[in-house]
Design a binder for this molecule. Structure first.
Ligand code: ADP
Length: 627
């Protein structure tokens, strides 16, 4: 079919979405014309994150290649896609077969999600007109009911993982990190400030507080008290003397980083976007562009109650008297992009790449702390990691946000978040089949490939994730010449095949999983059709696959063995590895073959930590050599 050929266009030179990403589908609306309605700024050079912002271009501007943030070929990739879609619009076949992708928003979903998806030619789900399963992306601000996870279809994605809240509540995060520190040593896990959960840890806190006070010559620490269930800086208190500590709910009392990096006297922190496309196998992307958030009054330890000097939340600072005024060295407003920050650091000879590596290490170590999460297919989680840099350029993890704010307070928000959302949709790797939103029938065009096998001896592809400076890893691959090394969903295949053998041996192994899946995924059609479909579905006996899923929501290391049979959407067609880079998203885990092996059949945290330790010592020795 002619229209299909278009999907395999090679992206233009300079486009960083690989050939794979470029080949992904951005469907035409029903009129066959793709409304590529990118806002004016996003279509020109001004769309470059470094070119926006309250303070204008950062010193030195963005530099191409090799840095914390390299050039974003927004214009290249999007215009290339637009022209590709125009080509498709001229193609009668394509016009006939392509339907738009459909998004579904729950109440209070961010407006920009709708805007971006409409820009991309998607249409919005209409509950009255459309079948319950007739959508591709469901976005909501709160966790999905488990029934939504259980009934997920191959063409659908959900924007939350079950139980992702395990790291996004401040007390849970503190507990997990403390446990990891105990198990794997404080050298790796010393990136989060010491924290006490109150009232439970009150006695421990008093012991620590008193010990400090009694040690001669040591300046007593400052502390920050944060309600565990609040966000946006609400209810926060900073204190030095325990008599000032007051709380009425569960809080964490954390050591206050009292020597933050300041720019022109203003405190800042970084909002790093992290997308997890799977917890099992663990697959993590960090976003190269992000937000630097400034306090709007100068840092001053003698005025601990001045929230405009000590908190960097935009939700607070946008109400500060100095928000709109020009602040020397910072500009107006309270935000920079990472690009601008990186340029700033380079001017002062700071190794921004090293900082980036450290931040990526923090992300991996933090996410490892909450594994295993219950398995769920076809979902993703966008986290906002808040990272504070101290005056020795050490990054500290302050917290991890569920639903990082996607509101647009300023032009920088617009640039960063709009591109972020476009890239998320790219990362979701929709295929032409997904527009059909039908169950996959064996032999039909919509059949997805089974998770393929990679033979021993095939190496991780050239150019595997390098942000963590990993070695080329082909040598690490397991050695058995006869045993095929399974790709990511090995656990799933094994489990599914065991189940299916038990249920219906008559079918050949390869097709049975998809048949089972079809039965499970039978769409709701007309009401008559529904009854018929019901009758055709698996009889009263519950599918063992479903039983397995229903019974495994209490997390266990076994969780990974029950993966749904859907092929993980984030694997590249070319090499069946997670796609290494999509727009600004860069794969940071797995970072080498050993990490991959240790995370695919249940998470072997110990082995992964061993790999991270090797990585960190390699990073350190590179740094020492440079110095
Ligand atoms: P919230 O969820 O309410 O935003 P955060 O933990 O992100 O809570 O804290 C809000 C702000 O307070 C941060 O953006 C940062 O500026 C400041 N802050 C939080 N914890 C610390 C800390 N341990 N040391 C220094 N500053 C902190």
């Amino acid at each position: 079919m002619k229209g299909r050929g278009v999907r395999h266009d090679v992206p233009p030179q300079g486009a960083r979405h690989g050939a794979e990403a470029a080949a992904r589908l951005s469907p035409l609306p029903s009129n066959g014309r793709r409304p590529f309605l990118l806002r004016a700024p996003a279509a020109g050079p001004a769309a470059h994150p470094s070119a926006c912002g309250s303070g204008g271009n950062g010193p030195g501007g963005a530099e191409a290649g090799g840095g914390l943030v390299r050039q974003f070929p927004v214009c290249c990739s999007l215009s290339a896609r637009a022209s590709k879609m125009e080509k498709m619009a001229d193609d009668d076949d394509a016009r006939e077969t392509l339907k738009p992708l459909v998004f579904r928003l729950h109440e209070n979903a961010p407006a920009i999600v709708r805007e971006v998806l409409l820009e991309r030619g998607w249409t919005e789900f209409d509950q009255k007109e459309q079948d319950d399963t007739d959508w591709n992306l469901y976005w909501r601000n709160s966790p999905f009911p488990m029934t939504d996870h259980h009934s997920i279809k191959p063409w659908q994605r959900l924007n939350h993982y079950p139980e992702a809240v395990r790291i996004t509540r401040k007390d849970y995060l503190a507990r997990h990190l403390k446990r990891m520190k105990g198990a794997y040593g404080s050298t790796l896990y010393e990136f989060s400030p010491v924290a006490f959960i109150m009232p439970n840890d009150y006695i421990k806190f008093i012991a620590e507080y008193s010990k400090e006070r009694q040690s001669v010559g040591r300046r007593p620490s400052y502390w920050i008290c944060k309600p565990v269930h609040l966000s946006r800086g609400r209810g926060i208190l900073i204190f030095q003397d325990i008599k000032d500590l007051v709380y009425h709910c569960t809080v964490i009392v954390q050591k206050y980083i009292s020597n933050p990096l300041l720019i022109s006297g203003y405190k800042l922190d970084l909002r790093l976007y992290v997308c997890v496309t799977s917890f099992c196998p663990l697959t993590i992307y960090t976003y190269e562009e992000g937000l630097v958030r400034f306090a709007t009054e100068k840092f001053d330890l003698s005025s601990l109650d001045n929230v405009y000097a000590h908190l960097t939340n935009t939700s607070i600072n946008k109400y500060g008297a100095s928000y709109k005024t020009y602040k020397e060295g910072i500009g107006c407003g309270c935000k920079w992009t990472f690009s601008k920050f990186r340029s700033y650091l380079r001017i002062f000879g700071v190794d921004d790449m090293l900082l980036w590596q450290k931040m990526n290490n923090i992300v991996i170590l933090t996410l490892l702390a909450v594994t295993p999460l219950p398995e769920a297919s076809n979902c993703f989680e966008l986290f906002g990691f808040d990272i504070l840099i101290d005056d020795k350029f050490k990054p500290w993890l302050l917290e991890v946000n569920y639903n990082p704010a996607l509101c647009l307070d300023c032009s920088i928000d617009d640039t960063v978040k709009r591109k972020l959302l476009h890239d998320i949709v790219e990362l979701l790797n929709y295929k032409q089949n997904d527009t059909h939103r039908q169950n996959e029938m064996p032999g039909s065009k919509a059949v997805r490939r089974q998770v393929p096998w990679r033979r021993t001896g095939q190496s991780i592809p050239e150019g595997a994730p390098d942000l963590l400076s990993c070695q080329k890893v082909s040598a690490c691959i397991s050695a058995s010449p006869t045993q095929p090394a399974l790709q990511f969903a090995r656990g799933s295949i094994r489990k599914v095949s065991t189940l299916t053998k038990k249920t219906a041996r008559a079918h050949p192994r390869e097709t049975l999983t998809s048949q089972l899946r079809e039965k499970r995924n039978m769409p709701k059609a007309s009401s008559q059709g529904k009854t018929e479909a019901k009758n055709k579905q698996l009889p009263a006996v519950r599918s063992p696959l479903i039983s397995a899923q229903l019974s495994r929501w209490s997390p266990s290391p076994e969780a990974c063995n029950y993966k749904l049979s859907t092929r993980p959407y984030f694997l590249s067609d070319k090499d069946q590895m997670p796609i290494r880079q999509v727009g600004g998203f860069v794969l940071i885990f797995p970072f080498n073959e050993a990490a991959l092996q240790a995370s695919k059949d249940g998470i072997d945290v110990k082995s992964i930590i061993k790999e991270i330790n090797k990585l960190v010592s390699k990073q350190n020795s590179t740094r020492q050599r440079k110095a």
